[in-house]
Ligand binder design. Structure first.
Ligand code: 5GP
Length: 159
């Protein structure tokens, strides 16, 4: 485990102790061992307010059973998570007057994941809310470079 983790979006540094503290934090929320502001619950799924919102209203959607990462999560669980995320997005538009919604799902430390329990971030967006993803689009050196990477992904799909 490294000495620190860095948020890929804002560059914020989280010490390892923060990471360790949060390792099972969502299971603790599911088990009601720590409080959370819950907005939706059913037999399999929980949706609650993110304690550190990117935009106020930022909601997390999780399965009550811990799976991680997305590639190890059963299809039916992913389907349920996306359907609940869709409902939360609609509720943010209806209830909060959001003009748009980001739905984000991080996998692995390199992707900015802090809590190893699959979750979808549902983030309400408002015209002029001032938030900007650091969407630093790159360019391929050549069409051939892009095609070479596409070949490897196709090979992965065939496995
Ligand atoms: P990740 O970086 O793993 O995709 O996102 C984890 C999210 O969990 C972060 O947005 C963070 O603010 C949120 N979070 C971490 N600890 C807690 C907590 O104790 N309660 C709540 N409600 N959210 C948390």
């Amino acid at each position: 485990m490294p000495g620190a983790l860095f948020c890929v979006f804002c560059g914020h540094e989280f010490p390892v102790s923060f990471y360790a503290l949060r390792m099972n934090i969502f299971e603790k929320i599911v088990n009601r061992e720590i409080p959370a502001t819950i907005v939706y619950e059913d037999d399999d799924t929980l949706a609650f307010m993110d304690i550190g919102p990117i935009i106020k209203g930022h909601t997390l959607v999780i399965p009550k059973t811990c799976y991680d990462p997305v590639t190890e999560t059963p299809d039916e669980v992913l389907t349920k998570l996306m359907l609940v995320s869709k409902r939360i997005a609609a509720a943010q538009i209806e209830g909060l007057g959001a003009d748009g919604v980001n739905i984000i799902q991080n996998n692995g430390r390199a992707a900015g994941q802090l809590v190893p329990h699959i979750h979808f971030h549902v983030i309400p967006r408002f015209d002029g809310d001032g938030h900007h993803w650091n969407w630093d689009a790159k360019q391929y050196d050549s069409p051939d470079e892009m095609e070479q990477l596409a070949v490897k992904i196709r090979e992965g799909l065939a496995e």
